[in-house]
Design a protein around this ligand. Structure first.
Ligand code: SF4
Length: 325
């Protein structure tokens, strides 16, 4: 068996504020294998984007990594210097942000932005740069004529595709995506997801894909991580979690989205909202919203328990294990 491409261990991120440190990511463990598609889901404010930025080493103050390691291709990224990171960013891993409009420079053509990125990381002739730029644009289904376009001349879907093309300039082994389809309509979302999956299969890179939309990752991710209040709530095979969610929060997220299969059922939301991480609830952080909370849930801190290959942070499963012993 090959070793993981990315190994995250015990990773914590704090926001340093005048009122005290706020833990946005709490002791997260995570592996990503070469060529794997990992989805990370959860409501806004659950720490998924902060985790992604920590993995990509893109955090800036007031957020900082307060503990743990992020080992990518055998090197702990937390300990790399800015120069060393610059060397591997784009070449070995790249990041696609939520809004291409914010990530792309509105004053530069797509071609100029691709050229800047290439020249910052490699020595290539102007002809080779033009050819590579046209090639990656073609990969995402955009005609090379649009190399001359400025971001505002492209549709939202084309801008996101152009961002993905830029992320693939050096064919990295890992592409980290932070809600890349959230600004698009449903049809454009599905089309972009299918294209990302197709490219991933063809080029063999691994993907970490963050979204708040469970239905988006259902057909595209191999494994799924559900985050709640900065912690891993559930982590396992995507099909297994959709088939039988073990954590009440995962079930709540699933029940909040329509399914095109099976009998019609009313959509139910999750009551309340995620906790203020400056003052997380005692015991299980989900207990104020959990429909099946037990008396001990407000005092006992659940660990991650392994149930049939899935890891779940819920006392329902701690007790099931204990009963089985
Ligand atoms: Fe609900 Fe208790 Fe499980 Fe938390 S530990 S998810 S409150 S049952």
């Amino acid at each position: 068996m090959s070793s993981p491409l990315l190994e995250v261990r015990d990773l914590s991120v704090d926001y340093i504020t005048d009122a005290g440190d706020v833990r946005a990511v709490d002791r997260v463990d995570l592996d990503v294998d070469p060529g794997e598609f990992l989805g990370i889901v959860g409501e806004s404010g659950c720490g998924k984007s902060t985790l992604l930025f920590a993995v990509a080493q893109l955090l800036s103050l007031p957020a900082e990594i307060s503990g743990g390691t992020v080992v990518f291709k055998g090197r702990d990224m937390v300990r790399l210097t800015d120069d060393e990171l610059r060397h591997i960013r784009w070449r070995d891993y790249s990041v696609v942000m939520q809004s291409a409009m914010n990530a792309l420079n509105p004053m530069m053509s797509i071609e100029a932005q691709f050229r800047d990125t290439i020249q910052a990381h490699a020595r290539m002739s102007p002809k080779a740069i033009r050819e590579r730029s046209a090639e990656v644009l073609h990969l995402v289904g955009i005609d090379a004529v649009h190399l001359r376009s400025y971001p505002h001349q492209l549709s939202g879907g084309m801008r996101q595709r152009a961002m993905i093309a830029m992320a693939l300039l050096f064919t990295p082994e890992l592409v980290i995506m932070d809600e890349p389809t959230s600004a698009l309509d449903v049809v454009a979302q599905r089309s972009l997801m299918s294209q990302i999956k197709e490219l991933q299969k063809r080029l063999g890179f691994a993907v970490i894909f963050v979204t708040h939309d469970m239905s988006l990752v259902r057909h595209y991710s191999d494994r799924l991580m559900v985050m709640y209040a900065g912690q891993v709530a559930e982590l396992g095979d995507t099909a297994a979690i959709f088939e039988r969610p073990l954590h009440p929060y995962s079930k709540g997220l699933l029940d909040a989205f329509p399914s095109i299969r099976g009998p019609r059922r009313p959509l139910t939301g999750i009551p309340g909202s995620p906790p203020d991480l400056a003052r997380p609830p005692s015991g299980c952080r989900f207990h104020p919203r959990c429909p099946v909370a037990m008396p001990q849930c407000s005092t006992r801190d659940p660990e991650l328990y392994e149930v049939a290959g899935t890891r779940v942070r819920c006392l329902l499963h701690a007790d099931a294990l204990k009963d089985a012993v």
